[in-house]
Design a protein around this ligand. Sequence first.
Ligand code: HEM
Length: 435
Amino acid sequence: MTSPQPSFRQPPGPKDPVALGIDPETLETLRWLQREYGDMVSVYRPNGRLAYFVNDAAEVHRILARRHAKYRKGPGFERVKMLLGNGLIVSDGDVWRRSRRMIQPAFGRQNIHRLTDVMVQCSQRREQHWAALAKRDEACNITSETSDFALELILVSIFSSDYHERIVTQGENPFTFLSRDSTRDLSVVMKVRRLRELLTSIIEDRKSGKRIEQFDFLSMYLQAEDKDGNGFSDDELLDELMTLIVAGFETSANTLNWVWYLLAKYPEVEAKIIAEAELHLPDIGAVNSDALMAMEYTQQVLEEALRLYPPVWLFTRRSHEEDELEDYDVPPGTDIYLSPFVLQRTAHYWPNPNEFDPDRFLASDGNKKDRPFFPFSLGPRRCVGEYFSFMEMKVHLGLLLPRFRMQLVDESEPSLELGINLRSANDIVMKPTQR
Ligand code: HEM
């Protein structure tokens, strides 16, 4: 354990070492630290490293936005690194800055609007499947349905027709294990290697002009240039594509999973979304960016679901320069833990924090900006796919909810699985009937 300098201003905290990871025990530990020591807590991890748990809205904003340059990504990203190499989520410093500048234009609103047709097609595929289930009086596993929806959507948004022609050639989607297989053993390494080989051959064909030019993320990434006019190398491109797939589907899938659960529990909220969808999306042809933007109540519901169940429930950072938070010193090398899950359920900011109430996000509420809400992070590293995800979730709900009444097979509240992503520990199963 490092012994602090006499003048070192350290936040309060326990004397004994405290284990922190990205796991369920850590949530309990963070809640205990908050109860016992307040909003800024210091601990020594078993490896002797100093760590701060920051649960104050202004300080979280300072770390992620105003003073972001003093921080890098923190511990707990090992598994993600194995999958994503040096892609946008895990890279830092100049490498990250260059990639972010190259990728950002692909996520401009105009481009996302061009992808709404894909969002509609993927929702229609769920609709057909659910209609068949309803007809046979069978239950629907919402957890795998939302996962299949979001995975298919991101893959078609990246690869267009290559998705059907090159990726799901034998009816099997080789990416599915990313959401269903939580074991990280050698077989996963092999599967990831095979995926990278598949992507390499798709990229080669695109580059050689064997495939016609299509509008998708792959074309946009192939055209992206840095300030010196250079594009991504093949390895960089692979890392960025894997990053887009992994970052782009599980988060939205998990959010939708929770939304379906919440709507089944709150029929009055469900009725309001249906009314909004019937007004703005009376038929498939009406789905466009204006209609989706007008769905303000659905937006509130999604935000409230993200407050209660933020998929990225815990972020870590590591300081690489000295900083000061409140009246405390932050030496270089300090691990920082920030939890949207804990902060967004802190009563001081959000009264009755465990209650689901979409009216908290009324557009007219002027106090909204003072309450901590950062499911997409904040500052320059804020999620690049935020707008895409709201659009896809609105299309999914707006098309499916008015068509199906969904009844929970098991009414009890699902327990949480707290890994890199916050999921329901058990699958949510519902009985669909056509309205
Ligand atoms: C509800 C849906 C989503 C949530 C809650 C979410 C959340 C986040 C969060 C919290 C981060 C920052 C993590 C950190 O700083 O440690 C992030 C980064 C990122 N997200 Fe999302 N995300 C969502 C959907 C998406 C989608 C749909 C895409 C792509 C289509 C995407 C692509 C990315 C990328 C590429 C980054 C890295 C950005 C950077 O470091 O510059 N995300 N996301």
